[in-house]
Design a protein. Structure first.
Length: 100
């Protein structure tokens, strides 16, 4: 079943970003993932304010592929750089409608 990663990222410094984008894209692809959106163009339309500079959505073949990416030793230094250089949250979501 398709799964999605949804991230909200606010950089606190930008020195990590140039060295992050290309190699992480390759690691994502290695796990069958692809970017759906990486954008600063987003609008919160309801709920408690949750500001973020950047919203990211990735598509995965399944939740295991998403978990494998997050836990990939090749990704670890980039994840650490993102954690040190931003505030962020990352959700993995199953692509299913449990209320249908």
């Amino acid at each position: 079943m398709t799964a999605y990663s949804v991230l909200a990222v606010t950089p606190t410094g930008d020195s990590w970003i140039p060295g992050y984008i290309e190699p992480v894209g390759k690691i994502i692809a290695k796990h069958g993932g692809k970017y759906i959106a990486r954008t600063t163009s987003h609008e919160q339309v309801e709920g408690e304010d949750q500001p973020a500079a950047l919203r990211v959505i990735l598509e995965w073949p399944n939740t295991q592929a998403a978990r494998d990416f997050v836990n990939d030793p090749d990704y670890a230094p980039y994840l650490e750089a993102r954690h040190k250089g931003s505030t962020s949250v990352h959700f993995i979501i199953d692509g299913k409608d449990e209320l249908a």
